[in-house]
Design a protein around this ligand. Structure first.
Ligand SMILES: Cc1ncc(COP(=O)(O)O)c(C=O)c1O
Length: 429
């Protein structure tokens, strides 16, 4: 399928994630998300802001409550029953993330607060070995989370950052990427899917080139993990970051998946409880991975609840999720192109993009457009989407972004289209 050729969704036959037996039925799925039953400003809620955060299914809400009602205790510290249950639930999350992404070892799954924290951990800890003369390659389409940590590293350690430009079609210029690679390249930091353009990047091929140059590959999986089949081992990535809250899980939990042999060599960036082996007044030694990077009491309840979200995605099967969302984005592009005044960004070929669309009506500011749409119960995002360099490249101050999930269907796209026409009427256009 398309992601495979693009090097994003290479999933080995040994993958434990089931292909999914049930046909993906967005209307039936909506019933599993309590919030989607509510009305907003007198209308059915049409939630099209999944790239910012997804809504939570009942099973996730129940899991959070069940944890606090029945098993609340601190992890890894007690021998009493509740402590053991809490630890088991927390560790089950790690195990399931490793399985979901076909990571080689659960020790390589670090449980953090979000993708941002995961990317900062790599930049600060792995980046500590870099200095003047070393280069980091990022891309023009990165979210600030995969730009600013490298900028901070450049400031602190004199590292040079280079950027892969994008083409006018909203894809990475891969020839330019190959030219940027050199023996000085130590890190390639790339998003697997753009949160503005939707572009799916050929991460596996880019990783192979990066490794030939001797660099490590840091993949921002914040948008790809919830929407595409992602195989950490098949990708050839060294590190991959993502957030639970964009994958139908709770806020406050994110992951760094890394190759254990690299993590083993890395220094912690936060000190405190849990991350040590032995402490003296003047010195300390570090715990093994993954605990070395998990100082202090973690967000146990939300980590314990995330497997309920992964269960849902596994029940559907990520291939089915992708197929559904690819069909939906194809329909959305088709319909949006029928409004000739709209500037639509990103690749027009649905197989090359994820399930989101960014566009600008030249006569209406995206914030005004989003506000009128909200009055119709349609939730979209307007702004720079934490990608200011990309917006500059696109020549836009802001765009309106509609991003889809498993519970969206063509009716939602039609509602958006009607909303865009209503917005123009509202402004007398
Ligand atoms: C591509 C991408 N990377 C990183 C992030 C950061 O995610 P979080 O805020 O959960 O850390 C986002 C969030 O919008 C994103 O879209």
């Amino acid at each position: 399928m398309s992601e495979t050729t693009l090097g994003v969704g290479v999933r080995g036959p040994e993958s434990a994630v089931r292909k999914g037996t049930a046909r993906l039925d967005p209307v039936a799925l909506r019933a599993r998300f309590p919030i989607l039953g509510r009305r907003v400003n007198g209308h059915r809620l049409v939630y099209l802001d999944n790239a910012a955060t997804t809504q939570k299914p009942e099973a996730v809400l129940d899991a959070v409550e069940r944890y606090y009602r029945l098993s609340n205790a601190n992890v890894h510290r007690g021998v009493h029953t509740l402590a053991e249950e809490a630890t088991a639930a927390y560790e089950a999350c790690r195990q399931q993330v490793a399985r979901f992404l076909n990571a080689p070892d659960r020790r390589g799954v670090i449980i953090l607060r979000n993708a941002t924290e995961a990317l900062n951990l790599v930049a600060r800890s792995w980046g500590a070995r870099l200095g003047p003369g070393d280069e980091v390659i990022a891309t023009e389409m990165e979210h600030h989370s995969n730009l600013v940590p490298w900028i901070m590293l450049a400031r602190e350690r004199g590292v040079t950052i280079r950027h892969v430009p994008i083409t006018d079609g909203g894809e990475l210029d891969l020839d330019a990427y190959e030219r940027l690679l050199s023996p000085r390249t130590r890190v390639v930091a790339v998003t697997a899917m753009s949160n503005v353009l939707g572009t799916i990047n050929p991460v596996a091929a880019m990783a192979a080139s990066a490794h030939r140059a001797g660099a490590v590959v840091v993949v921002d999986g914040a948008q790809s993990v919830p929407h595409l089949p992602v195989d950490f081992t098949g990708l050839g990535a060294d590190f991959l970051a993502f957030s639970a809250h964009k994958a139908y899980g709770p806020t406050g939990v994110g992951f760094l998946v890394g190759r254990p042999e690299l993590l083993d060599e890395m220094e912690p960036i936060s000190g405190g409880g849990e991350m040590i082996r032995e402490v003296h007044l003047d010195r300390a030694t570090w715990n093994d991975i993954p605990h070395r990077f998990e100082a202090g009491t973690p967000n146990i309840a939300d980590a314990a609840a995330f497997p309920a979200a992964l269960d849902l995605l596994e029940e559907l099967g990520m291939e089915a999720v992708r197929q559904h969302e690819e069909d939906l984005v194809a329909y959305a592009i088709d319909r949006l192109r029928s409004l000739p005044f709209l500037r639509l960004h990103g690749p027009m070929e649905p197989t090359r993009r994820g399930a989101l669309v960014s566009f600008v009506d030249p006569d209406i500011h995206p914030h005004d457009q989003a506000q009128v749409l909200d009055g119709l119960g349609i939730a979209v995002r307007a702004g720079h989407h934490c990608a200011q360099p990309l917006m500059r490249r696109l020549g836009e101050a802001a765009t309106t972004r509609a991003s889809f999930g498993i519970h969206n269907d063509r009716d939602d796209v039609d509602a958006l289209m009607d909303g865009l026409v209503t917005t123009r009427r509202y402004f007398g256009l």
